[in-house]
Write a protein that binds this ligand. Structure first.
Ligand code: TRP
Length: 453
């Protein structure tokens, strides 16, 4: 069973679309707009861009280098490149984080599917109290959200099971262009609304008086989350890159696409919200409560446009979520497949089952089940908190320390330049970031998130 040939991506376009598919997800369309709304608008975006450049990009390259060098699952990759068993633990941590993220990510992705149906059959029409009530009663329903959680995990399973080229790459080549088209249509419609300029100004006219430690640190955390850094996701994908792949160019392209999508998502949400005078600072419920409302209001004269925009938006969200979910799923599948020496399909089935099992409890914890609440927080909230605030920064930090301080610089340089065949003009910049900027800044986010700073 262990003789299956290891998969790889078939083309450069496939590499870029699949990796961008991992990066572009709920983080861009759900988390980025509400974080921007809560953290002062343009100033947050400005800090975010700096974080992508100085932290995100180098950390993405770290994972690419480790994964492409070792060409195996994330746990073994850390062991192979360092030559020491202890570093394998960072890989194990990534796999564990992967299981946890997949489980709660599937819950939110499931909500998006429900919202496609709900907006499709016109269930989201009503005043703001109604839309609010709809969301609360839906997420605390004992069956509906559980059904969608399992359903989207099953979709992700169907893709993963088919392997890298036939599954992940094909799906990304189909879904990513769909996503771009929907995104552009929605941006155009949103920016044509009356008073849309207010939303645009909110995004691009920074108010420096709003700059604070919180803004800085939330922007850093968002950059990590959005670029899929810190749990070996990019490392796993990079293990399917070819030795000819230009890692630096790929990392730049993926980061640019990811950032572009986040900005475009903002250009849908803020102009629509401001055109009806809604303040976009409601937090995580922004796209599930505020937005349906805003769509109803903004297109009151032409309800059919409001209807189409609503459906298209949730399709967009679900497509983005699915391409990210498969990347998280793949981390664990590759691990189970290669470490336990069982074939890919069986490995994928196990991962799906385990994630579905945990996901069901995450979803049920929203119904207020007492045994699924710990210290006043639901299991779902705990998973979100522990993964994004603790496990991801830890993974990113340890990886930067490994690359910047433990591994030989010649090895890193040779992967960076494909054995000296590519120019290395940016290497000094990358090296400075990895050695100093990343560890220091990540340690800061980490301490802040734990409330120590
Ligand atoms: N980046 C994805 C998003 O923006 C989520 C994601 C996928 C992720 N893989 C990850 C986040 C790995 C952290 C780590 O929605």
């Amino acid at each position: 069973m262990t003789h299956e040939k290891r998969g790889s991506f078939g083309s450069r376009l496939g590499i870029i679309l699949a990796t961008a598919g991992s990066a572009v997800g709920l983080g861009n369309i759900w988390r980025f707009p509400y974080m921007t709304g809560q953290n002062g608008g343009a100033i947050f975006i400005l800090v975010y861009l700096l974080c992508v450049l100085f932290l995100g990009l180098p950390c993405m390259l770290n994972e690419f280098i480790i994964g492409r060098h070792a060409q195996t699952n994330t746990a073994r990759a850390y062991g192979i490149i360092s030559g020491r068993k202890a570093w394998k633990l960072v890989g194990y941590l990534g796999v564990l984080t992967g299981f946890m993220i997949a489980s709660y990510y599937a819950v939110v992705s499931g909500w998006c599917l429900q919202y496609i149906v709900a907006s499709g059959i016109g269930e989201l029409k009503g005043d703001s109290a109604y839309v609010q009530q709809y969301f609360t009663s839906f997420i605390s329903h004992p069956i509906k959200p559980v059904f969608w959680t399992v359903f989207i995990l099953f979709l992700s399973h169907l893709i993963i099971m088919r392997g890298i080229q036939n599954g992940v790459e094909k799906a990304s080549k189909l879904m990513m262009p769909t996503l771009f088209i929907l995104l552009v249509i929605l941006v155009v419609v949103a920016c044509l609304l009356p008073n849309a300029w207010r939303g645009i100004a909110f995004m691009f006219h920074p108010d420096f008086s709003k700059l604070s430690g919180d803004v800085l640190l939330s922007a850093m955390g968002q950059a990590f989350y959005s670029l899929s850094i810190g749990m070996g996701c990019l490392c796993t994908y990079a293990s399917y890159f070819s030795k000819q792949t230009n890692l630096v160019k790929s990392a730049v392209q993926v980061s640019v696409i990811d950032t572009f999508v986040a900005i475009l998502a903002g250009l849908i949400i803020f102009p629509t919200a401001f055109s009806v005078g809604v303040n976009p600072d409601s937090g995580p419920s922004l796209i599930f409560i505020t937005l349906p409302n805003v769509f109803n209001e903004a297109f009151r004269q032409v309800p059919i446009v409001g209807y189409l925009v609503g459906v298209a938006f949730y399709v967009l969200l679900s497509v983005a979520a699915l391409t990210s979910l498969i990347s998280i799923h793949e981390v664990s599948t590759a691990f189970v497949h290669e470490e336990f020496k069982i074939n890919r399909k069986t490995a994928s089935r196990w991962v799906t089952l385990i994630c579905a099992f945990i996901g069901v409890f995450c979803s049920l914890s929203m119904t207020g089940w007492e045994s699924l609440q710990i210290g006043g927080k639901s299991l779902f909230d705990w998973f979100d908190f522990i993964t994004s605030n603790i496990l991801l920064p830890t993974g990113g930090l340890l990886t930067s320390v490994l690359v910047g301080w433990v591994l030989p610089k010649t090895l890193i340089r040779s992967e960076y330049t494909n054995n000296g065949t590519l120019r290395a003009t940016s290497f000094a910049w990358y090296w400075a970031c990895v050695k100093f900027v990343c560890p220091v800044c990540i340690a800061l986010i980490f301490l802040h998130q734990l409330g120590i700073l």
